[in-house]
Design a protein around this ligand. Structure first.
Ligand code: URA
Length: 446
């Protein structure tokens, strides 16, 4: 069948055989499928779905579109974490050095911003000189030496996902379970991991806001990973409000550095980082249970070991040696900053993660077209959290914008995104469940 024939099969609700899916992915990789055809195929999949077998075939075909790494002689487990995408979700920036400081190796392949959600690569590129496109041997050497490295999907690892991801970002086909599963797991399987932890977001700012859909996604990720022989634990976490107090690329890097310096104790960010990192240490057999995992993580943070790893990898990937000590000397700053203040005293009822993600994209922190250039300096920080008590006149957030007009527009919009009221609101729990594909499995199955 020709490529248009295969697109038609899916458009009309038919099933694609494994060989057809492999042919389509090969055509994505070698550019025989044009951008227009790729957009049509993605929309057909979005509307008609893929069954479990098609989903697994797509994942494996995308994994095999490039090299699959092998790590032989390492003295620790090869682990990674990936998120389904959020706002103020800078977990990867701090979790990779934390796991490395606890004895794991983390060859992390990350993505760019997707729709209203931020992307680790865009955040990293706000660091002057930071190279996310390393040659494979260099990537592997940094992982071996420092315990982790952070790169994008190059031509080597899951290259099909790079094209598909960019097309989804601008064609309203992001929130599609089989595409999310294949996108994430193709990259993770190509990394040659021993274990994966998934952060599956749920709530307003998540790709799947509805808890039942988020849980189904978590289950599908664990099932497809398990089918491909990968141990995977999926943690369901709340994304009703931004995870960190900042959203925007360079602003989130600053927040990550503050976290690694031990300045974000007691935050929702800390809860999510520790939950994910504990699951990773358990999968990698670096800790027997959550209690011991958390103790190990606390000591990696408190001793400064995780911050040192981060600094070393920033330098190894081309960034400035002094970033962790003096981030403001290196990270870009937006020309206009504008504070939003509370008009009344009360409790913060809601901080709308979806609206804030869109606001940051509108300020220039995300893309509307594949070729849009990101403005790394813009965004929002010093954000309050739902449940915080604020007094009249207190700062609720600071907008960082390119010019006065953009700042004024964002200020009007942002005021409507942070609601205040008298009563303490009912807040969703930050951690909403864990699904593990290693449960009910005997050690001999592993
Ligand atoms: N992360 C990815 O790599 N892909 C998705 O589709 C969503 C999050």
């Amino acid at each position: 069948m020709s490529l248009p024939d295969l697109i038609r099969v899916k458009r009309d609700g038919g099933r694609l055989e494994r060989a057809a899916i492999r042919e389509l992915v090969a055509a994505v990789t070698d550019n025989r499928l044009t951008d227009v055809q790729l957009g049509a195929l993605l929309m057909a999949i979005y509307l008609q779905g893929l069954d479990a077998t098609e989903q697994a075939s797509l994942t494996l075909a995308m994994r095999d579109s490039g090299t699959v790494l092998r790590w032989n002689d390492l003295d620790g487990p090869v682990l990674d974490k990936h998120s389904t995408g959020g706002v103020g979700d800078l977990v990867s920036l701090v979790l990779a050095p934390l796991l490395a400081a606890c004895g794991a190796y983390v060859p992390m392949i990350s993505g760019r911003g997707l729709g209203h959600t931020g992307g680790t690569l865009d955040k990293l590129e706000s660091i002057p000189g930071f190279n996310v496109s390393l040659e494979l041997p260099r990537f592997q050497a940094i992982v071996r030496e420092h315990g982790f490295a952070l790169v994008g999907q190059g031509d080597d690892l899951a290259p099909a996902d790079r094209r598909i991801y960019a097309a989804r970002d601008v064609s309203e086909t992001v929130s599609c379970q089989p595409l999310v599963v294949a996108s994430i797991l193709s990259k993770k399987l190509a990394e040659g991991l021993d274990g994966l932890v998934m952060d599956v977001k749920t709530g307003r700012g998540a790709v799947f806001a509805d808890p039942a859909r988020a849980r189904a996604l978590a289950q599908a990720l664990c099932d497809v990973a398990g089918g491909a022989g990968l141990d995977c634990h999926a943690v369901l976490t709340d994304m009703d409000q931004p995870l960190a107090a900042a959203a925007g690329n360079a602003l989130e890097v600053r927040e990550a550095i503050a976290f690694l310096a031990g300045e974000r104790h007691g935050t929702r960010l800390e809860t999510v980082v520790l939950a994910l990192a504990s699951e990773a240490l358990i999968i990698g057999e670096l800790a027997p249970d959550t209690g011991q995992a958390k103790a190990k993580l606390a000591s990696a943070l408190d001793s400064g070991a995780a911050a040192e790893r981060f600094a070393a990898v920033v330098a190894a990937q081309g960034g400035p040696g002094g970033l962790v000590e003096t981030p403001d000397e290196y990270l870009p700053t937006a020309p206009v900053q504008c504070e939003i203040r509370a008009q009344q005293a009360g409790h913060v009822q809601q901080v709308d993660a979806l609206a804030i993600g869109r606001l940051v994209r509108g300020l220039g922190g995300g893309r509307f077209r594949e070729d849009d250039r990101i403005d790394p300096a813009v965004g929002v920080n010093a954000l309050v959290s739902a449940g915080d008590r604020v007094e009249r006149g207190q700062v609720l957030a600071v907008i960082h914008a390119r010019d006065d007009d953009a700042a004024q527009r964002a200020a009007t919009d942002l005021s409507g995104m942070i609601q205040l009221g008298e009563a303490m609101p009912d807040l969703p729990s930050t951690i909403q469940g864990v699904i593990r594909n290693t449960e009910n499995r005997s050690d001999t199955d592993r």
